[in-house]
Design a protein around this ligand. Structure first.
Ligand SMILES: Cc1ncc(COP(=O)(O)O)c(C=O)c1O
Length: 400
């Protein structure tokens, strides 16, 4: 059976990590993978998470199955974190929520749900994704048979969202189509919709009878926990139906514990309850139940005011460090003679920005300077530090 398998290329982002690890150059820099790093290049365990680990060890009494929905109180807390404490959809019990293995699990379970809805209506399900989008959106959404279409999003020349082109394309979508939006900190561009743009998108989707699907993987890493949820909350308030995929990998630093949630904001509490049932049956058919450990930690943090405060303080420090690194990179590039070419990096949000250099220049940075980034020139800003900044600026200036 296996003799017929063809080799497939390694995942370009994950492969960079492997290549960088094997590089003996002491000056090497990994700007590839989207993980937060501190000044020493380490991805730390947050202190709030460490405190929750101690508590969990003391209070955990069983390892019996948790069930396909995961922890009910985790789901409740995540729904409130995303939508706010007094969102009408929560008060009306119109929100289904199921814990998933990371944001990837949420995206895939949501994709199956979209497919199920359309199978019953005997229509092909189409999901529109931004160009560019996070590379893993494509396999996560298309593996269960959804058709993917692209809408223009980022203008590589002006380093802004091509909003007119985006709206022009979305004006042609059909009723029942689903539009995937990044809730904040767009991956890979770092260019986020303004509040006015969120409002225009909501109106257009309502006019077309299309459904918003919002991926929220970086809440708190752009402008703040509340600010980063503005667009999502606006959609849930103004559109009859919204699907949400959420991840705790980045904002709780729980990457390997696989913590996330899929939510459906439905038109009625009955539709929400039916969505919940469908989500559970989808989860049962893929992985049966989500892992417990990471979600139990998030649950402890979000239900303990002191730990919540501590977590928010740490998250603010992470966000401010990333913003500071953006500013520092731009200043140093200006001082090195790049002019205003990279100024846009200062205003973009979250972990990523494009450097806007060619694949050949990306390769030269890797081969000649051991500076690693994705082929598209997306950099993970948290990989910068005061220690490597001058080296990166020098290396970049030598290839452009
Ligand atoms: C845009 C986006 N969505 C979802 C995820 C999923 O993250 P995870 O499955 O690690 O929680 C990521 C991770 O990098 C991401 O960048």
């Amino acid at each position: 059976m296996f003799n017929s398998l063809k080799p497939i290329p390694a995942d370009p982002i994950l492969n960079l990590v492997v290549e960088c690890r094997a590089d003996p150059n002491p000056n090497k820099v990994d700007l590839g993978a989207g993980v937060y790093k501190d000044e020493s290049g380490h991805t730390p365990i947050m202190a709030a998470v460490q405190a929750a680990q101690v508590q969990l060890q003391q209070q955990e009494t069983t390892k019996t199955y948790v069930g396909p929905a995961g922890l009910a109180s985790f789901n409740d807390s995540i729904a409130h974190l995303l939508l706010g404490n007094s969102h009408p959809a929560l008060q009306d019990k119109r929100v289904a929520c199921v814990q998933t293995p990371g944001g990837c699990g949420a995206l895939n379970v949501a994709a199956h749900l979209i497919q199920r809805c359309h199978t019953e209506e005997k229509k092909a399900a189409t999901v529109w994704v931004s160009t560019p989008t996070w590379a893993n959106h494509i396999p996560l959404l298309s593996s269960c048979g959804l058709q993917l279409q692209e809408y223009p999003y980022y203008n590589y020349q002006s380093h802004t969202i091509d909003f007119d082109a985006m709206m022009e394309t979305l004006a042609s979508i059909a009723a029942g189509d689903v539009v995937l939006l990044h809730g904040c900190c767009h991956n890979p561009s770092g260019a986020d919709l303004t509040r006015e743009q969120w409002q225009s998108v909501a109106s257009l989707l309502n006019e077309k009878g299309a459904i918003a699907f919002v991926d929220v993987a970086y809440q708190g890493l752009g402008d703040g926990l509340e600010e980063d949820a503005w667009g999502l909350r606006y959609l849930v308030e103004h559109c009859p139906e919204v699907i949400i995929a959420s991840s705790c990998s980045k904002n709780f630093g729980l990457y390997r514990e696989r913590v996330g949630a899929v939510l459906v904001a439905a038109q009625t509490s009955t539709a929400a309850s039916n969505s919940q049932g469908q989500l559970l049956s989808i989860a049962r058919g893929i992985y049966s139940m989500p892992p417990n450990y990471g979600a139990a930690l998030v649950d402890i943090i979000l239900n303990n005011p002191e730990l919540t405060q501590q977590w928010q303080t740490e998250l603010t420090q992470m966000r401010e460090r990333i913003i500071g690194l953006r500013g520092c990179l731009v200043n140093k590039l200006q001082a090195a003679g790049a002019g205003s070419r990279f100024d846009y990096i200062q205003t973009e949000k979250g972990m990523f920005s494009f450097l806007g250099i060619t694949p050949e220049q990306v390769l030269k940075l890797k081969n000649d300077h051991s500076v690693y980034m994705v082929n598209s020139s997306r950099i993970s800003v948290a990989g910068l530090s005061n220690n490597n900044m001058d080296y990166i600026v020098e290396s970049l200036m030598s290839v452009i």
